[in-house]
Design a protein around this ligand. Structure first.
Ligand SMILES: [Zn+2]
Length: 355
């Protein structure tokens, strides 16, 4: 990490702590225009269904409940669809809006998250991936994550090399193994550089060799349609997160349309109300492109969400709403500083301490 980046992180921390602990965040909140802040996570810690998830994919339930209670004091908690509609008339809002979103459709969203939301009397939005629900198929990342709880990274890379036809990827993996941060590099190379068909086959083969059972695991990890309907009946918004969680920017416009509208159609068949918002898988700027936004618009979504940090107002591009990621290691003072518009205020002053 460069010295400049370290300094920026330290300044971010100090600024956020001051706003949070002195209550200044309430002053900033009133100074700044009304906004819609969207948080994004994946799951609430529940060992029986997500025990093998890495820390950056889950959060302790009591911690999340405490955070939501804190936010409830200053914000109105809404769904994305509702929040986006209401932020169009900011003058009519007595408080800014905050939406909790959870991606992928994991079982704990029904068993662990919903009881928390109901205790607090708040709504949220859950984005569903079609294939794990409909066909009980796992995308390759979950096979990889689980296999890495069974064998170490070096063993994984060696076996990958024995099975793959994609020599270039194997060489990159070997280099990653030698350079340290092997796990991070392994995921990055497989995600962005491996040939997709070969990757799916190779990852699946190692997963099965280690005793992985795709169907059983999908059933444990992901909700059933019945559970999804229970969420919907409780007022939770369900949105589209594509069929297979592919990186959309790697697909043609037609392939993207199939991923997005396929999931949208399936949800319309299985659920009581149609989905009106979309979350791009992975959601970083390089994971979707202008075709994704065009398809989202043609598919009549009210808005679509990304995974880039920041808050939203009526001028935000509807097909590129920003979201602030959180997980077990996130810090409440930073989330509060984001939500109150603290970093937007700095940007207005020409200081960019956002991540
Ligand atoms: Zn996702």
């Amino acid at each position: 990490m460069s010295a400049k980046h370290k300094l920026k992180l330290a300044l971010r921390q100090t600024y956020a702590r001051i706003l949070f602990h002195t209550g200044l965040h309430r002053v900033v909140d009133r100074l700044m225009p009304r906004r819609l802040t969207i948080l994004v996570g994946h799951s609430v810690d529940a060992p029986e269904c997500n025990g093998h998830f890495p820390r950056d994919m889950k959060i302790d339930g009591a911690k999340l409940e405490h955070w939501l209670k804190t936010f409830q004091r200053d914000y109105e908690l809404v769904t994305v669809a509702d929040g986006w509609q209401r932020i169009q008339q900011p003058a009519g809002l007595s408080r800014s809006l905050l939406a909790l979103t959870m991606d992928d459709g994991y079982t704990d969203n029904r068993t662990a998250l919903l009881p928390i939301l109901q205790r607090l009397g708040v709504k949220a939005t859950v984005y569903l991936e079609e294939f794990p629900l409909e066909e009980r198929r796992l995308n390759w990342t979950h096979k990889l994550l689980w296999t890495l709880t069974q064998i170490d990274t070096d063993t994984y890379i060696r076996r990958y090399g024995e099975l793959t036809q994609d020599r270039a990827t194997h060489e990159k993996l070997q280099r990653a193994g030698r350079e340290g941060r092997a796990l991070y590099q392994l995921k990055r190379v497989l995600k962005y550089e491996a040939e997709a068909v070969d990757r799916a086959r190779t990852v699946d083969q190692i997963f099965r060799e280690q005793g992985g059972d795709e169907r059983a695991m999908a059933e444990r990890m992901y909700m059933s349609w019945e559970q999804a309907r229970e969420l919907q009946a409780a007022g939770i918004e369900l949105g589209v997160h594509t069929q297979s969680h592919a990186i959309l920017s790697r697909l043609s416009a037609d392939e993207q349309r199939a991923e997005i509208q396929g999931c949208q159609r399936r949800m319309a068949e299985r659920l009581a109300a149609p989905a009106v918002t979309l979350a791009y898988p992975w959601g970083r700027r390089w994971d979707y492109n202008s075709d994704s936004c065009a398809v989202a618009e043609q598919s009549r979504f009210a808005c679509a969400v990304t995974s880039h940090s920041g808050t939203n107002d009526a001028r935000t591009k509807p097909m590129e709403l920003k979201r602030i990621p959180f997980d077990e290691d996130s810090q409440l003072h930073l989330l509060v500083a984001e939500a109150c518009g603290g970093f937007d205020l700095l940007r207005k002053l020409g200081i960019d301490w956002s991540e």
